[in-house]
Design a binder for this molecule. Structure first.
Ligand code: HEC
Length: 161
């Protein structure tokens, strides 16, 4: 009987340990969502910085082709990763300030199409940058800006200040 009692106690301890583990797993969901939001915002800062570098270059009397080429490549590389920046749990429920709308997760096809539109634009921007044709670069910069705006209009909370 003593042995049986001992096993029961061990069994109870195991159940308690499992319950504690489950609680820890649930609690850790929130910080990882918050971390994903922070990482995503850093990535968008990089994307915005590269786009600004190209636009700044185009305002100069003699734009440096190398700067445009490098930043177009950076933008295209980031655009190709963008789909991974939105793991489940990194929306408004993450508990930190985010501009990501719930529609990103409720309308995954529309969101994927918005990412593809950006990827198409940055691919062409990269191509024309290599050509050095400033008129063509300016035109693709417009198209790329349109792809940013298209997604922001639908899937990003508008700035309220
Ligand atoms: C497919 C959708 C999508 C596309 C395309 C897109 N964005 Fe965004 N962008 C977002 C979302 C959603 C956020 C809000 C992220 C957050 O706060 O969690 C955001 C946020 C940003 C931010 C703010 C980052 C911060 O500091 O918090 C910048 C800057 C930005 N985007 C620039 C760009 C530029 C430049 C482009 C085009 C070259 C672009 N985005 C294309 C969806 C998109």
């Amino acid at each position: 009987m003593g042995v049986r009692f001992g096993m029961t106690a061990a069994g109870l301890a195991l159940v308690a340990a499992l319950a504690a583990g489950a609680a820890t797993a649930l609690a850790s969901g929130a910080p990882s969502g918050a971390a994903a939001v922070k990482a995503r915002q850093q990535n968008f800062k990089q994307l915005g910085g590269a786009f600004k570098a190209i636009n700044d270059e185009l305002k100069k009397p003699a734009p440096d082709k190398a700067v445009i080429v490098a930043n177009a490549a950076k933008m295209h590389g980031l655009a190709q990763q963008e789909a991974t920046w939105f793991p489940k749990g990194s929306g408004p429920e993450a508990g930190v300030k985010t501009g990501a709308k719930p529609e990103i997760w409720s309308d995954p096809q529309g969101f994927a199409a918005a990412i593809q539109r950006l990827q198409g634009a940055t691919a062409r921007l990269q191509q024309v940058s290599a050509s050095g044709d400033l008129a063509a670069i300016r035109s693709e910069v417009q198209t790329t800006g349109g792809a940013c705006k298209n997604c922001h209009d639908h899937y990003r909370v508008p700035d309220r200040h």
